[in-house]
Write a new protein. Structure first.
Length: 146
């Protein structure tokens, strides 16, 4: 008795080969933050609330510790600094940084440079900032009657 073969599950390489659509690029495009907002705190809250796997989340929080309140990374940790801070292997940190870059959580300059020489900047994807704003408007803090 023969059974029909199950369809092959896509691998991460298949997904990467598929390419990103314009809609994907709009969703992961960096959001423009309003002036006067504590970008680092917002970034950390958004990362911790994201559904990302532990390694990219750990690397993102480690990277955020190098940022000032406005979210600017003055002293770049480079790959070796992130390896030291997280306790992950260099390859794991590179995969995590690639994931963060692909999902719109960091920007790399120059864009195609290796992570051990590139400057990194914190960004928040548009769809995440929209979601955070929506949550902020629907949940209003109760004020005690004086």
């Amino acid at each position: 008795m023969t059974t029909a073969a199950e369809p092959r599950r896509p691998s991460p390489a298949d997904v990467a080969r598929k390419g990103r659509t314009a809609a994907d690029r709009r969703l992961t495009a960096p959001a423009v933050l309003p002036a006067g907002i504590a970008a680092r705190a917002l970034y950390e809250r958004a990362i911790l609330g994201s559904g990302m796997t532990p390694h990219p989340r750990l690397v993102a929080i480690a990277l955020a510790t190098y940022a000032d309140a406005a979210g600017e990374i003055i002293r770049q940790p480079r790959l070796t600094g992130l390896v030291h801070d997280t306790g992950l292997h260099a390859g794991q940190v590179v995969v995590a940084l690639t994931t963060l870059r692909g999902r719109g959580w960091i920007r790399q300059s120059p864009a195609r440079a290796r992570f051990d020489v590139a400057d990194l900047a914190l960004t928040i994807p548009n769809h995440v900032l929209t979601s955070l704003r929506r949550k902020a408007t629907t949940t209003t803090p109760e004020t005690p009657d004086a």
